[in-house]
Design a protein around this ligand. Structure first.
Ligand code: VG1
Ligand code: CO
Length: 539
């Protein structure tokens, strides 16, 4: 068999992501699925959960996976109705039914449709993303695979709930939302949130034509009594309505219109393609994801499931240190991990942390092993229901108490891969000669390095996880290349400026960060290497 396209089957930050047309090449999907199965311990008679975000190719891929799972000896498959399961729902279902693992079909926030992206993630029995050791094994296997096992059974009906046999394997089509909704009701005070909605609180949830529509509709509108129409863009579409299902101020335009300006609603939220990200907005007010993690941590005692307190907090390295300050105040540990949810799994399993978060609009807790968009929205609503204050006043009070980490991420998308590598090489040379105390205007270098992580539980190490330069007094610039893009390379520049006296600064974050933005270019030569004089996306 021709092996020329196997070399591209290297999973990135979050599974394998490629253009749909790449997955449509003969044997491509099958090779990757077989590489997963072959890299696992024995799959005989085990249970496999499968679902996706509803994007183009989701159902086609599921039919292939069913035929391969039965040929590989799986005993049982649980599939979301119509192929729909959000990423956190897959995690919850794996855990609830003690499944062996799960396959999530999604390219997350990347656009979908025949010309868009498709992706595959494998999750292990704790419900979390496959750790690096396994993704490496899958990749290595995909380089040498020469055949795959598939049965010649008929396509199955994904639309009707119920059970059927495919060869020796039992397939159950399950409700996409029920198990997840049941878990949310165990965590949060649904009665309090109901009262909040009853009192006339105004809100909007933008599902961005992606997977969270059915989840948010059932939980917010049917169970908690939010007015019908609260959830917009609620039907998952194969091409996400032509949009970019990434919950930020640039892409969630329908939501932004409702929460800013005249007649602004009190609360707005959005989630991404596969339902693991969240954006939180108050009236005319944006909550940065890093601040959101810190606010959730500081208020966790108000939520039934966390009222006994938090074991610890973890955040990805580029995420601001706002959560660290809350952890210090609570007297609990705060762990700093590489980018990607898979690095939180061991800490959660070992009971070292309760809450985790990333600057890329991801937060979650030990209830699953993925980040969880709808959970984060319910967490905020539960806090609002208890505190009876606005989002803005809660965040401002938080800054007044802990100080504020002004934060922004600048993305330079679709740059030439060689150019990006040259820029990073050059940056590491610059870092090699950088000295502690060296000054850049008023910024004095504390240290700089290429972040390397040793897992505190299994001692596995992950090197080269991002170039960071940390200045005295806590300001920081981090540079790293994305592991999820499918067009060329994406350079991410993370900017952070810490201030205790928050009254001192203009509220325009980009203005506050202006010096650091210039410094990032001085240090990394972004303009010189890429020819770009501004980022393509600012969040
Ligand atoms: C990005 C984010 C990272 C996140 C990952 C998957 O990765 O930066 O924080 O975990 O996407 O999120 P990268 O390598 O492109 O920076 V999701 O919602 O796309 O599964
Ligand atoms: Co996602």
């Amino acid at each position: 068999m021709n092996t020329q396209f196997f070399e591209g089957q290297k999973p990135g930050t979050s599974g394998l992501r490629k253009k749909v047309s790449v997955f449509q090449q003969p044997h491509y999907l099958e090779n990757f699925i077989q590489s997963i199965f072959d890299s696992l311990e024995d799959c005989q008679n085990k249970t496999l959960v499968v679902g996706g975000d509803g994007r183009y190719y989701n159902k086609t891929a599921i039919q292939t996976i069913v035929k391969m799972a039965t040929a590989n000896g799986f005993g049982r498959m649980l599939i979301g109705q119509n192929g729909i399961l959000s990423t956190p729902a897959v995690s919850a279902i794996i855990r609830k039914y003690h499944a062996f693992g799960g396959i999530i079909l999604s390219a997350s926030h990347n656009p979908g449709g025949p010309d868009g992206d498709f992706g595959i993630k494998y999750n292990i029995s704790n419900g979390g993303p496959a750790p690096e050791k396994l993704t490496e094994a899958i990749y290595e296997h995909s380089l040498k695979i020469s055949n795959y096992r598939i049965s010649e059974t008929m396509d199955i009906d994904l639309s009707e709930l119920g059970q059927m046999q495919v060869g020796e394997m039992t397939v159950e089509i399950i409700d996409s939302v029920a198990d997840y909704a049941e878990l949310m009701a165990q965590i949060f005070d649904f009665d309090k949130i109901k009262d909040l909605f009853q009192s006339g609180f105004t809100l909007c949830f933008d599902a961005m034509h992606a997977v969270t529509g059915p989840y948010a509709r059932l939980i917010l509108e049917d169970q908690l009594g939010a007015p019908s129409g609260t959830v917009i863009n609620a039907i998952p579409l194969e091409d996400f309505g032509g949009g970019h299902p990434d919950p930020n101020l640039v892409y969630a335009t329908d939501l932004v219109k409702k929460v800013y300006g005249e007649n602004a609603l009190q609360f707005g939220a959005a989630s991404d393609g596969d339902g693991d990200r969240n954006m939180i907005l108050g009236q005319d007010f944006f909550v940065t994801p890093s601040d959101s993690l810190a606010v959730l941590a500081a208020n966790a005692h108000l939520i039934p499931a966390y009222k006994e307190g938090l074991a610890g907090i973890a955040r990805s390295m580029p995420t601001s240190a706002a959560a660290d300050r809350v952890a210090a105040a609570l007297g609990i540990d705060c762990f700093e991990t590489p980018t990607g949810w898979k690095f939180f799994g061991n800490l959660l399993d070992a009971g070292k942390v309760t809450l985790c978060g990333e600057e890329s609009f991801g937060t979650s807790s030990n209830h699953v092993r993925e980040k969880d968009g709808v959970w984060a929205v319910l967490f905020w609503l539960n806090i609002l229901a208890v505190r009876q204050e606005s989002v803005e006043s809660i965040v401002r009070a938080h800054w007044a108490k802990y100080g504020r980490h002004f934060y922004s991420r600048h993305d330079y998308e679709n740059i030439n891969i060689n150019t990006a590598e040259k820029l990073m090489d050059n940056l590491s040379k610059t870092f090699n000669v950088m000295k502690k105390g060296q000054s850049f205007g008023s910024y004095l270098v504390d240290y700089c390095d290429n972040f390397s992580y040793t897992d505190p539980i299994d001692a596995s190490t992950s090197a080269k996880q991002g170039m960071r330069i940390v200045f005295q007094e806590g300001s920081r610039i981090v540079f790293r290349l994305s592991g999820t893009g499918t067009n060329g390379a994406t350079l991410r520049v993370y900017l952070e400026f810490f201030e205790t006296n928050i009254a001192k600064h203009s509220l325009d974050v980009q203005e506050v960060l202006a010096d650091l933005i210039v410094l990032a270019d001085v240090i990394a030569g972004i303009k010189k290497f890429t020819g770009r004089d501004k980022p393509s996306l600012i969040t």
